[in-house]
Design a binder for this molecule. Structure first.
Ligand code: ZN
Length: 109
């Protein structure tokens, strides 16, 4: 490789790199601080990327910190359910206002 023999010091210097070295390099490239605690380190690697804006979010985040989009199917379903409930409440409110107007019209006659 590059004219170096497997016994040369140059070859050994660059071929001893281990998987953890590349993990550390990728973390550094992503701007993530080095974490000595292995549990914390794996937590960092479990971060979730937003499908909408590509922002990285924490492993246990349900919604994107940047754009608010849900980060998984359960969070998306919860958001949909909440919106449907708000729509139903708005319909009920509008119906109630309509009935009150009709009642007020009848009593003023
Ligand atoms: Zn986002």
């Amino acid at each position: 490789m590059f004219g170096w023999s497997p016994n040369s010091t140059m070859y050994r210097r660059y071929t001893h790199l281990h998987g953890t070295d590349t993990d550390d390099t990728f973390r550094a490239l992503e701007g993530v601080e080095m974490v000595e605690d292995k549990a914390a380190a794996s937590k960092v690697l479990e971060r979730r990327r937003c499908l909408n804006c590509n922002e990285w979010n924490g492993a246990d985040a349900l919604y994107c910190l940047k754009c608010g989009s849900p980060l998984d199917e359960a969070a998306a379903q919860a958001l949909l359910d909440k919106r449907r409930m708000e729509e139903d409440l708005m319909k009920m409110y509008n119906e109630l206002m309509k009935l009150q107007r009709e009642k007020a019209k009848k009593t003023s006659l």
